[in-house]
Design a protein around this ligand. Structure first.
Ligand code: TXA
Ligand code: MG
Length: 350
């Protein structure tokens, strides 16, 4: 399949180009597009055949449900059977934006899109190209992150081109994704709201909005938890870079010393070592490849850069990656969640 690559300026959207992309989706084809979180791999959410194609293009297990992207609140009423007050409150505050909510679905949504579930995940993205594309496609676009299954999510068109060329009809290049991590997922189908995947919209922001406690799905915070995560996608080894990643956790200087010690050991063995550091600590590392995730304490910057860095290490064929830990509240929880998944929960405590 030939994949057409189309550059669109978010602030000056070429409506003809967008119409062409919308037509592809309406005909059952696949179009990758930018969102504020990560790039999405879009298909018509109401067409079972499109959803099947999405799973095939990603090489993704078909029991892992897709998020349905909408561009107005009327659309939500068509696909969600029950919309709790709390969800309306969050939609008022954070839609369009990096928040996904889970509802009981209506019959309009095919089971192929929801991985066989009776619930549906819904998001209204704020990226102007995403919103315009959803509208041009008829209002309901199923879109997982536009990466091959298991690889880090894509935050630029170059990443999507790497993973999806020859597999889908079109890739819209709309520049880098601002947030850099996937949306926060909140489940409303079991009474009290539960975070199934941490993201840019933090637990604190949700609690402030709802004036009540919001919990994390236990499987997210407890690596040894025996129950499966409620979001089926969270159980798969994810964001897996090709090399081996470990997180070194502890007091500042000790972390630097440990990372340098490991770097020497691995480099002596002939391995290529890469370090993920902060702007403040980068100069202190001995490794030949040191990447700055962000300034210390700036979790938003780290979120923006994390997946890009993991992909760069892959491109540079790095064997061993050593990362500082990025603990923190707010979006820091999401950063650490993705980093831990990428590392297969390998932590070295010093
Ligand atoms: O930011 C995002 O959310 C991006 C952009 C493209 O919008 N999309 C995204 O999709 O990250 P994906 O497919 O890579 O991740 C969706 C996650 C998976 O972990 C999936 O299991 C979960 O959402 N999910 C989807 N529908 C669900 C449902 N009905 N119940 C529980 N989890 C669900
Ligand atoms: Mg994904």
């Amino acid at each position: 399949m030939e994949t057409k690559i189309l550059k669109i300026d978010e602030n000056n959207i070429d409506s003809l180009a967008l119409k062409e992309a919308g037509e592809i989706l309406k005909r059952g084809g696949l179009v990758a597009f930018p969102t504020e979180t990560v790039y999405g791999l879009g298909g018509d959410a109401l067409n079972p055949e499109s959803s099947r194609k999405i799973y095939a293009a990603k090489g993704r297990p078909s029991d892992n449900p897709l998020i349905v992207h909408i561009c107005n609140m009327d659309a939500l009423k068509e696909i969600a059977a029950e919309i709790p007050e709390d969800a309306i409150r969050l939609a008022d505050l954070y839609w369009p934006g990096p928040l996904t909510m889970i509802f009981r679905k209506t019959d309009k949504v095919p089971k192929e899109t929801t991985g066989g579930l009776e619930t549906v995940a819904v998001r209204m993205p704020s990226h102007k190209i995403a919103a315009a594309l959803i509208e041009a496609a008829g209002g309901f676009v199923a879109a997982p992150s536009a990466n091959l299954s298991g690889r880090p999510s894509t935050t630029s068109a170059a990443h999507v081109i790497q993973d999806m060329t020859g597999r889908i009809d079109m890739i819209i290049d709309g520049g880098e994704s601002e947030v850099g991590l996937e949306s926060t997922i909140v489940d409303f189908t079991e009474g009290a709201p539960v975070i199934l995947r941490p993201g840019y919209i933090s637990k604190e922001m949700l609690e402030e909005a709802l004036k009540k406690e919001v919990s994390f799905d236990r499987a997210i915070i407890d690596a040894d938890c025996k129950t499966a995560p409620k979001a089926p996608g969270m159980k798969y080894r994810h964001y897996a870079p090709k090399g081996e990643l470990s997180i070194v956790e502890g007091e500042g200087d000790k972390v630097i010393r440990k990372i340098n010690e490991l770097t020497s050991k691995y480099e002596e063995e002939g391995k290529k070592v890469g370090v993920i550091a902060t702007r403040e600590t980068a100069g202190k590392y001995l490794a030949k490849t040191v990447k700055i995730a962000g300034s210390k304490g700036d979790e938003k910057e780290t979120a923006h850069n994390l997946f890009k860095i993991l992909r760069e290490f892959d491109d540079e064929k790095v064997d061993i990656m050593l990362s500082e830990s990025f603990n923190g509240a707010g979006v820091g929880v999401a950063v650490m969640n993705r980093l831990l998944k990428a590392a297969g929960h390998q932590i070295i405590n010093v």
